[in-house]
Design a protein around this ligand. Structure first.
Ligand code: SF4
Length: 341
């Protein structure tokens, strides 16, 4: 099997070019083809000599995975299905969300997930492996809107901090001047709070952060989110309080509202006291029913009351619009493997 070039830095490309008896500057040329021109075929990199391209092709390929399926929602949201390591039976999903002034890609970082959150279809599947940086980046480079994307959220299938090295590499390609050159403000990583890696993320990147919180009471959060046992949300919040979110970088908390589980004034007050002293906002998310899980979405009026209670306590919160529900592309519904259809 050939080694994939997608995800490599110009320095790494330069080293492998020299092993194929090409000049060191070929690394920069290749990076331009891979990331700025989104070229899929080594043989089309025409400023590299034909003999050089042939030598490279013996060992390497661009490695851009192509989507095997796409579903389009009535609201314009598009869900792409990608093979993992060339294997379509182990597929992941990427969701493109168009808005008036932006196009955001919701990216997967793992096939399945180890974290086992009870309200999430991906969690139900179990874990089938980390995505390589080439498979993460293919989601950006191989879709119809590749040249029009403005933002990325690592909120698709998997826990991105459980695959931090490959996610970090993908973020480097998105934000480096030799890659897509995006500002880190255009990228948000969402985590349930994998504490040791969270510190690394905060130290090694400048991108925004979203934390899946869902319940401020430890024993209740544990009912739905096994992660609470090893990395309690209070420790996650304590770590975040050591960092500065008053400038360019933002932290938000995701809070899905379930009828009768976490939608009471008592929960809103506990949330206010947990997050007091941290510059942040809360996104309230409408729950989408999934099979074999008896909880219901909180009523619209309850969501508004919850939002207003947080706001009057000084915590900015918004009810997030749901997108792509008709193609099972909304939060918690990504399942891959054509299971969602
Ligand atoms: Fe994994 Fe996120 Fe689903 Fe939890 S919500 S099981 S961390 S994909």
């Amino acid at each position: 099997m050939k080694e994939r070039l997608l995800g490599k830095t110009p320095e790494e490309l330069s080293i492998l070019a020299q092993t194929a008896s090409l000049p060191a500057f070929t690394g920069k040329q290749m990076a331009k083809w891979l990331y700025q021109k989104r070229e899929r075929d080594l043989d089309s990199m025409t400023d590299i000599s034909k003999a050089g391209r042939e030598r490279l092709s013996e060992k390497y390929e661009v490695g851009q995975a192509r989507p095997v399926d796409v579903a389009i929602s009535s609201d314009g949201t598009k869900k792409y299905l990608f093979p993992v390591d060339g294997d379509s039976s182990n597929a992941v999903e990427a969701v493109m969300i168009p808005e008036a002034d932006r196009k955001t890609l919701c990216v997967s970082s793992q096939a399945g997930c180890k974290m086992g959150c009870r309200f999430c279809m991906t969690g139900r599947q179990g874990f089938h492996g980390n995505l390589s940086s080439a498979d993460i980046l293919s989601q950006f480079f191989a879709i119809d809107e590749a040249g029009e994307l403005t933002n990325a959220v690592f909120m698709g299938m998997g826990e991105p901090l459980d695959n931090w090295e490959n996610v970090k590499r993908a973020i480097e390609v998105l934000t480096a001047p030799w890659g897509l050159g995006w500002s880190p403000k255009r990228v948000t990583l969402s985590t349930i709070g994998v504490l040791p890696k969270l510190r690394q993320y905060l130290d090694e990147s400048k991108c925004h952060l979203a934390v899946s919180l869902h319940n401020p009471f430890p024993e209740e959060r544990l009912e739905f989110m096994p992660v609470e046992k090893n990395w309690p949300i209070k420790d996650v919040v304590a770590l975040l309080k050591q960092y500065d979110f008053s400038g360019q970088r933002r932290v938000s908390f995701e809070y899905t509202l379930f009828e009768g589980w976490n939608d009471s004034p008592r929960h809103a007050d506990a949330l206010l006291s947990l997050l007091r002293g941290l510059e942040c906002r809360v996104n309230l998310i409408r729950f989408h029913r999934i099979p074999d899980f008896s909880y219901s979405p909180a009523a619209e009026g309850k969501m508004e009351l919850f939002r207003d209670r947080l706001s009057s306590g000084g915590l900015t919160s918004t009810i997030r619009a749901s997108r792509g529900e008709d193609i099972f592309a909304a939060c918690g519904l990504l399942a891959g493997k054509n299971k969602s259809r």
